[in-house]
Design a protein. Structure first.
Length: 307
């Protein structure tokens, strides 16, 4: 498909519109979706007054010149398009917002800038009510992990929430289904404390592993909740926040998470069955203790596990 060029001059009555809102209106006539508009902007295909502009929230001045170079072959994301749902919202007030992040969506923008991510979709949700709304992020979940993800809506709360994550005073609880061998069933309770560093690369994917020297200290407390045949439902509370920490600690204990493409078994299928079930923290403004819980996805039902 040849590259198509679309261009407009911003009229007086359109001045003040955000760039993404302006383009959504203009490109709707070309049957291009709002999702495509966002991908065009982050892919660098939009020019404002002859300069590339990747800022979707940029307010337009009267008589500004907007140009779009549309090449559909450059917009193919490596994952499925995710559509925001208000049902994701678990908690919201003037200062905080917590969502139940679906599996398969990165927390924040990745190298593939056209891929949907939880931060961009959540920011669009808050800015639908207030175009100038702020959104801050202090932690992340792996792309294939679902569950509680919390954001700051009030910049004055950044320091207080950030210190809770840094000091590990926030309690994070994850649930995971794991495989186990009959001769090596999981213990009722156990802790893993070691040092994690970079492991072997699997294609473009970086992995982590326990190391004897270097690395960063990682500690996780585990509890067995349920045993079904050769599967076990495990509760994990990470006491540190290292990348892939729970996945590595379980895999190296011969308890790989079901569906884990990096640390699981070769015939694993379906999504990674790791879910950030609860997050317990102090409200950064009021000091109130909050326990935010994300319901388990249907994939966690044992009957679905065996399919």
């Amino acid at each position: 498909m040849a590259i198509q060029t679309f261009q407009w001059k911003v009229q007086k009555e359109e001045a003040g519109l955000r760039l993404d809102h302006f383009l959504a209106q203009k490109l709707a006539e070309k049957e291009l979706s709002k999702s495509t508009v966002r991908k065009l902007i982050v892919a660098g295909a939009v020019y404002l007054n002859q300069k590339r502009c990747r800022i979707a929230s940029k307010n337009l001045l009267p008589f500004a010149h907007v140009k779009v170079l549309y090449d559909s072959s450059k917009l193919k994301a490596t994952g499925p398009t995710i559509i925001w749902s208000d049902s994701w919202v678990l908690y919201e007030d003037a200062s905080l917002l917590a969502i139940n992040k679906p599996s398969g969506i990165p927390t924040q923008p990745t190298v593939d800038e056209a891929r949907d991510n939880a931060f961009a979709l959540t920011k669009a949700y808050v800015q639908k009510k207030d175009p100038s709304a702020y959104l801050g992020l202090h932690h992340r979940l792996d792309k294939d992990t679902s569950g509680v993800l919390v954001f700051v809506k009030d910049p004055s709360c950044n320091a207080a929430l950030g210190s809770q994550f840094q000091d590990h005073t926030i309690t994070k609880t994850y649930w995971a289904w794991v495989h186990f061998r009959p001769e090596n069933p999981p213990a009722p309770r156990w802790n893993v404390r070691n040092f994690l560093g970079e492991g072997k690369r699997l294609g473009k994917m970086k992995t982590y592993a326990s190391v004897r020297s270097g690395g960063k200290m990682a500690e996780t407390a585990f509890r067995t909740l349920e045993v079904q045949k050769d599967f076990a439902l495990i509760e994990a509370q990470p006491l540190t926040g290292r990348t892939h920490q729970i996945r590595v600690h379980l895999s190296e204990n011969d308890l790989p998470i079901v569906g884990d493409p990096l640390y699981g078994i070769s015939n694993a299928r379906g999504r990674l069955l790791l879910h950030a079930k609860t997050l317990e923290l102090k409200h950064p403004l009021t000091g109130e203790k909050l326990k935010i819980e994300a319901p388990l996805p249907k994939e966690f039902e044992f009957k679905n596990l065996q399919k």
